[in-house]
Design a protein around this ligand. Structure first.
Ligand SMILES: [Zn+2]
Length: 408
């Protein structure tokens, strides 16, 4: 009995995961590689530019006295009611900064995406999405600002602790409601028609304890050429969706590899752990704001006309501080998300048993994500593992499962 097994093992050619990874990476070169690198590296600078333009707009509105005037106007309209004033001010101010920074948003979201061949949208369609997104974002952010400004006014010492709880609740409600109320405003989600692929996805889901009876397809090609899939929602609103670009441009093994990854997010409870992590980060933000915002106002705010703790205009300098902090914490937030993504990657490779499908998907994702960054670059700027890291994961897995009949 032993001899045939030895022969079988000897018959499998040696497989070097490093060489296999390099062979995959070598298939993307020349102009395609240069374009992907340029697109992604440009994104590093966008972090700084976004922050500079956001802070520049806030600083200008403060110096011109517009923030103070908006605060006075909100007070009049709210007839002295402090909560009404805080909400109206936040609504006006956030809408105003949205409008002031619209040209920049159009460059990043439409012009640049077209330059790199990523976008399928006309400018009119993009503007429609921007208006709807900004309107929803402004109203929700104004409600969050109302809660935080009220706590700041009424609980001078402990507001940041209460604010952390409130932030967690806000994130939870947002995650719960977004798939039901927000996402359908931008895209259509339809049930995937019956097919062997759909059965394979549902089989993989049920085998891993995901009670899915339905696979959704989202018409992301309305906006973009990117392939993607996602899991969203909390508790009763959880759903797994794959986008039509993925379905149209990839083989069934590639789709299974992606869906295995998405199931990983679900099975490993990533929504819950990221919710906790980002709530704690919100707490850190509020603690820093508690110290740094009054300092900023005292140091630079002689002409801003902000009238102390009761004045909701404090929101403007607070957002400047938050922007600086967000830039500084970029490596932390990226690494936090990337850590979860890597977990889902391993889960997905195990669930789909399609390491080559996985490698080919990693190459396609490389159209908009640099394939071979340096380790520091990956740690700082990547919120998903790079193409090279992902292909290597797949090839290592393959090396340990060679010759098994269901590995593709
Ligand atoms: Zn993921």
């Amino acid at each position: 009995m032993i001899l045939p097994l030895v022969l079988l093992t000897a018959a499998v050619p040696p497989f070097d995961p490093v060489a296999a990874t390099d062979a995959y990476l070598a298939t993307v070169g020349g102009a395609a590689r240069a374009r992907s690198d340029a697109y992604f590296e440009g994104g590093y600078w966008l972090i700084l530019w976004n922050a500079a333009i956001g802070m520049g707009a806030a600083w200008t509105l403060l110096r011109l006295g517009m923030v103070a005037r908006l605060s006075r106007r909100a007070e009049t309209l709210a007839r002295g009611r402090k909560a009404g004033r805080a909400f109206l001010f936040a609504l006006f101010y956030l809408a105003l900064t949205g409008i002031v920074t619209l040209p920049w948003a159009a460059y990043v979201g439409w012009v640049r995406e077209h330059q790199y061949g990523m976008s399928n949208q006309t400018f009119v369609a993009w503007t429609g999405d921007w208006l709807m997104g900004t309107a929803i974002g402004t109203i929700l952010s104004a409600l969050a600002a109302l809660a935080l400004l009220t706590l700041y006014r009424k609980r001078p010492r402990s507001w940041w602790a209460w604010g952390t709880l409130a932030s967690g609740a806000f994130l939870f409600v947002g995650l719960l409601l977004a798939p039901v109320f927000v996402e359908p405003l931008f895209n259509r989600y339809t049930a995937m028609p019956p097919s062997p692929l759909r059965s394979a996805i549902l089989q993989m889901a049920q085998a891993n304890g995901v009670p899915a009876r339905n696979v959704l397809v989202v018409d992301a090609s309305r906006q973009t050429k990117r392939i993607s899939a996602n899991v969203a929602g909390v508790g009763p609103t959880v759903r797994v969706a794959l986008n039509d670009n993925l379905l149209n441009r990839t083989s069934p093994d590639e789709v299974r590899a992606v869906m295995g990854h998405e199931l990983g997010h679900y099975v490993l409870n990533h929504t819950a752990s990221l919710l906790v992590a980002f709530t704690l980060l919100a707490g850190l933000f509020l603690l820093v704001l508690d110290y740094a915002t009054p300092w900023l106002v005292a140091r630079y705010g002689q002409r801003w006309n902000i009238q102390g703790r009761d004045d909701p205009a404090m929101l403007a300098p607070a957002l400047i501080v938050a922007t600086v902090l967000a830039v500084l914490l970029t490596p932390v937030t990226n690494s936090l998300v990337r850590f979860h993504e890597a977990q889902a990657d391993y889960f997905g490779i195990n669930a789909s048993r399609a390491p080559d499908g996985w490698a080919r998907i990693a190459l396609k994702l490389g159209e908009y994500r640099k394939l071979e960054p340096s380790p520091i670059e990956e740690a700082v700027f990547f919120d998903h593992p790079s193409g090279r890291t992902r292909i290597r994961m797949g090839m290592e897995w393959k090396a340990h499962h060679l010759g098994e009949p269901d590995v593709r």
